[in-house]
Write a protein that binds this ligand. Structure first.
Ligand code: SF4
Length: 386
């Protein structure tokens, strides 16, 4: 959805809403109820940008913890621009959607080389940075610079779908256009920072996804869904995406007192993250068979299972992933240090268990790391002759 320019279509709220009253009530409520969030204390563009990127696909509580940790290590554009990718990905581990972290680094380098290290202050320049779409650019411009631009995130979409009592799903392009046009009309010239944050806050605290607490709502008098009794049906449901189940298996090779890990290719899913070799089970295969086959295909090493570590279940967009994790041993005659040939990775390392914490893994493998480090069999495998 383009938020770059105001719509040319007639303003959808004219005559339908007391815009001045809506603004005044929302702003008054936000002034009294705004949460104390770390990026709201400074309103520095760098911090607003970082928070907006982290809040995409991430719950507020988690984002706050990651934000504070990230900001301590990378307090400004310059330190982030000079960071090593492995360290940034490690700090991002657990947040998912790692392209966000890589785009942060790319954008920081662009700011350093093209803007003298100063965060840009125009919508066009902010929008041109890697990883910044129209919503994020609008949010940065309004929150950091108080520019009169809308910032329509999922919370704002939901609030406005209820206020306007829109009976079509939010996924419909015409609905997105209508909501965006309404947001352009509502945002006040001199108070965009508080107004946009207020709309988002209203969606987060009062007009929630599953329940709207209308008696506590500052804009209740302006809300068509509340007036018509349709609140529980708004937003109108979107068609559910088909869920895809994926079974995978991987092997944690223990050899010579060390563990084998490999780094994923830059053009693959989760680029640059580390993992244990493995992959998708084929029809009719057992998890052990899949692990052995995948190990051979990805590294040309022949391994045998040495005990199941755990079954890790995780979700990624519409995928429901079941990962079977195994300890494994190299078959006689196999030398993992010199005998591997990588086909799905750019680099492999043999590391001590204590060193695993320095590497960023996709969430399923990161959880497997936690499990294996507390598994008593690990110590036995590390110490035993092969
Ligand atoms: S009145 Fe209820 S449905 Fe309408 S915006 Fe407020 S909380 Fe949401």
């Amino acid at each position: 959805m383009a938020q770059d320019q105001p719509p040319k279509a007639p303003a959808p709220l004219a005559g339908a809403l007391d815009i001045a009253g809506f603004r005044a009530e929302l702003l008054g409520w936000f002034a009294a109820n705004a949460r104390d969030l770390p990026w709201r204390r400074s309103l520095a563009p760098y911090e607003v940008w970082l928070s907006e990127i982290m809040l995409q696909q991430t719950q507020m509580d988690r984002a706050v913890a990651y934000f504070e940790r990230f900001l301590r290590r990378f307090p400004d554009v310059s330190t982030l621009a000079q960071a090593h990718e492995d360290e940034v990905l490690k700090l991002w581990e657990g947040l998912g959607y790692y392209s966000r972290a890589r785009n942060l680094m790319r954008a920081a380098r662009t700011i350093l080389t093209e803007h003298g290290g100063v965060f840009p202050a125009t919508f066009e320049a902010v929008r041109a940075l890697p990883g910044i779409g129209p919503y994020t650019a609008g949010a940065i411009m309004s929150v950091a610079y108080n520019a009169a631009r809308p910032a329509v995130d999922a919370n704002v979409e939901r609030v406005l779908a209820r206020v306007l009592d829109i009976d079509q799903p939010l996924s419909a392009p015409a609905v997105k256009r209508r909501i965006l046009a309404a947001a352009w009309e509502l945002v006040p010239e001199n108070a965009a920072r508080a107004f946009n944050q207020g709309l988002m806050e209203l969606g987060a605290l009062v007009c929630k996804p599953r329940e709207a607490y209308c008696p506590d709502c500052p804009v209740c008098a302006h809300c068509l869904a509340h007036a018509r009794g349709t609140t529980s049906q708004r937003p109108a449901p979107s068609p559910r995406p088909e869920i895809v189940r994926v079974d995978m298996a991987c092997g944690v090779l223990v050899t010579g007192g060390l563990l084998f890990i490999q780094k994923r290719r830059p053009d693959d899913v989760w680029p640059g993250l580390w993992e244990f070799p493995g992959g998708v089970m084929e029809p009719g295969e057992s998890p052990e068979q899949a692990m052995i086959r995948e190990y051979r295909e990805e590294t040309e090493l022949a391994v045998r299972p040495a005990g199941k570590i755990d079954v890790i279940r995780s979700s990624y967009t519409r995928y429901r992933i079941t990962l079977h994790g195994y300890f494994c041993r190299a078959e006689p005659g196999q030398d993992a240090r010199t005998g591997h040939r990588l086909h799905e990775a750019v680099e492999a390392r043999l590391v001590r268990p204590a060193e695993l914490s320095a590497y960023a893994f996709p969430s399923g493998h990161a959880r497997l790391v936690s499990r294996l480090l507390t598994d008593v069999r690990l110590g036995e495998l590390l110490a035993a002759a092969e």
